[in-house]
Design a protein around this ligand. Sequence first.
Ligand code: NAP
Length: 453
Amino acid sequence: MKAINPTSGELIRTYEAHSEKGAEKIINSVDKAWQSWRSVPFRNRSALMLNMASLLRSERDRLALLITLEMGKVLRESKAEIEKCAWVCEYYAENAESFLQNEPISTEFKQSYISFQPLGTILAVMPWNFPFWQVFRFAAPTLMAGNTVVLKHASNVPGCALAIEELFREAGFPDNAFRSLLIDGKKVESLIAHPAIKAVTLTGSTPAGRSVASAAGRWLKKSVLELGGSDPYLILEDANLDEAARICAASRLLNAGQSCIAAKRFIVIESIFDEFSRRFTARMKEAVYGDPCHEETTLGPMARRELRDELHDQVIASVKQGAVILTGGMIPDQTGAFYSPTILSKVKPGMPAYQEELFGPVAALISARNEKQAVEIANDTSFGLGAAVFTRDVERGRWLAEEKLQAGSCFVNDMVKSDPRLPFGGINESGFGRELSVFGIREFVNIKTVAIR
Ligand code: NAP
């Protein structure tokens, strides 16, 4: 397995992938670890999770650099990612026990209640875009619930995968409570089939989700899927346009546009379309791209050259169908997987920029006659991860967010964000199940009924 620096195109290091036999041995050892981990009291699990939070903070700069070298994220954002991982560890260290308290139910039985029991070893198939955060937001609640974890990370971040495994050891977790497998995505089905794997979670693209969901179905394993998105941001005629333009550009460009919950389609009411476009274009043009380790850089390269080339193909195909480039639309003449911040206007149904996920720094501007049409366009997607609405009328925004927009998370006057306290996940082709909050920790437990006569 090769880790390649997307900024320079240079090989960082080659890693030996696990053989099928080697992977099986590791899964068996993680399953063995579960036999004792399941009965470790909450207070001991919490203490280890707090150790992990401190370790992440003390090792922040080293880990952040590893992220930046392997997938190109701006170093400042990599540091923030490590801080967020520490937060989710603390959050579940503090709350897991109360989230999984027995719940008495009043019946004719002498005693009846719900008990939340761990399931066993859970397989996590994870993406490279937030190579620490995606893993920790799953692993912290899952381990706190008494499960053990096998991670199959994306093939372009093997250094991150092994560093996370090592961190769990250093924090004092039992040796095999968390293990990483260096293995190709195509071999995931054989992992799901392993009898010790009790459930699987995948964060990644919709095609990978289909493949994992069908394997999970075949082997009758529970699955949680966090897939792609094409989040619509509605800019209504009474929005604060300066604020909306600033937040929309920030959401589109974060992580070089490679976030599942990045703003991707901007649906703007006709009467303010030109004004919003002008302010939004100015904000997008402020991005400074270059070496992600430099202090002044705000936009790093994309994670891999072929992903950048696929994004450019989507732009070109949309332009051929009538979209207009307001800025960008070019592969810069420099080494590395860079793409210029791009805005496409006059985006219409049928174009890739309208129908597909744009996983990079490209914004699709769509004009709507009125609020009703804006909502129809927002919901005219196979995805349903996040959505946002910008308006000075907070009650109007709340009503649209709650009642009208079809997505797992709907924000008013802010970008869609993940937060340990708030459930996170999608509907439709954005997947199913939830991470974070009380809902995340209850995904991989046996919700057991106990009734005593
Ligand atoms: P990806 O190609 O689907 O890869 C994600 C993971 O799935 C990797 O570990 C990959 O392994 C594995 N994989 C790929 N094909 C597979 C298959 N057929 N069966 C089993 N596993 C397979 O996605 P990506 O390009 O890394 O990430 C970008 C996508 O993830 C975007 O669509 C983004 O929106 C989505 N995403 C969603 C969320 C969310 O929370 N909803 C969060 C982040 C990202 P290999 O690397 O070995 O191929």
